[in-house]
Every structure is written in structure tokens, then in C-alpha cells.
Write a new protein. Structure first.
Length: 135
């Protein structure tokens, strides 16, 4: 994977962030970490991010509400939910409506995570190319 890819991982469980950090490091991906939606929003205001992987169940807000806000403020950012507990109907609706790009269950398989990130990266590049208008 490209080292120009910037991923923001949001999870209130430190061991999940550490696992994702090791994965990203091994794949040559720059990863930023946040333990809350508020911390993630602060990061997004200051640093460019291509992909966000967010936990669904967090103390102050759920991942879908957080990613809806991200969608409104940074629509080009690809949004993925990662969770061991999920409301299937809510995630299905979010996927159908394009509010999120994908869902990964906890625990995830390394190959599933890698494939999801590669697919999300390709979608991000496609989105950015379609925004460029010829002069």
C-alpha cells in the first residue's frame, strides 16, 4: 500500500488502536489515532485524512453519528465502521445510503482489513480524480 495514504483510526479501546497501528506500520501506511469522536474531529480539522476507520460503539457517540458528521464536513474522506457490536439494520441502511463505505467486524482478519483499505484507497483516488475539472 502507498505511504501517501493517511488513515485515521477511532476507537476507545487502546489495544485496538495499537493493533491497527502495527498493521498500518507493516503496510507502510500513515496512521493517526483517536480515542474519541471529539479527538478525531480535532485531528481532521488540522490534518488531511483519506480514510477513517471508526468503532461503532463509543462512550460519547456512536460511530455512525460521528461518520455522518465527517461526511458533512469532509465528504471526500472514505468512512468505514469497525465493530464487534453492531445494529445490523443501521449499518445496512448506512451502506445503502452511501453514508459509509464499508463495515469490518471485530475481530477482523488481516486479509479482510488489507483488502478493505486497498478498496477504500482506490475509491478515494477515484473520487478525487472526478473532482478535478479540466481547464
Amino acid at each position: 500500500m502507498s505511504d501517501t495514504l493517511h488513515i485515521l483510526c477511532v476507537d476507545d479501546e487502546e489495544h485496538i488502536l495499537k493493533t491497527l497501528e502495527r498493521f498500518c506500520h507493516n503496510e507502510g501506511v500513515t496512521m493517526l489515532a483517536a480515542s474519541s469522536a471529539a479527538e478525531a474531529l480535532n485531528i481532521l480539522e488540522n490534518k488531511p485524512v483519506n480514510i477513517i476507520i471508526s468503532d461503532y460503539q463509543m462512550p460519547e457517540t456512536d460511530g455512525l453519528a460521528f461518520l455522518d458528521e465527517v461526511s458533512n464536513r469532509w465528504p471526500e474522506t472514505i468512512r468505514i465502521i469497525l465493530s464487534g457490536f453492531i445494529e445490523t439494520s443501521a449499518v445496512t441502511r448506512a451502506l445503502e445510503q452511501g453514508r459509509i463505505f464499508g463495515f469490518l467486524p471485530k475481530p477482523w482478519q488481516r486479509s479482510e482489513l488489507k483488502n478493505m483499505i486497498q478498496t477504500a484507497s482506490a475509491q478515494y483516488k477515484t473520487n478525487m480524480c472526478s473532482k478535478v475539472t479540466p481547464s
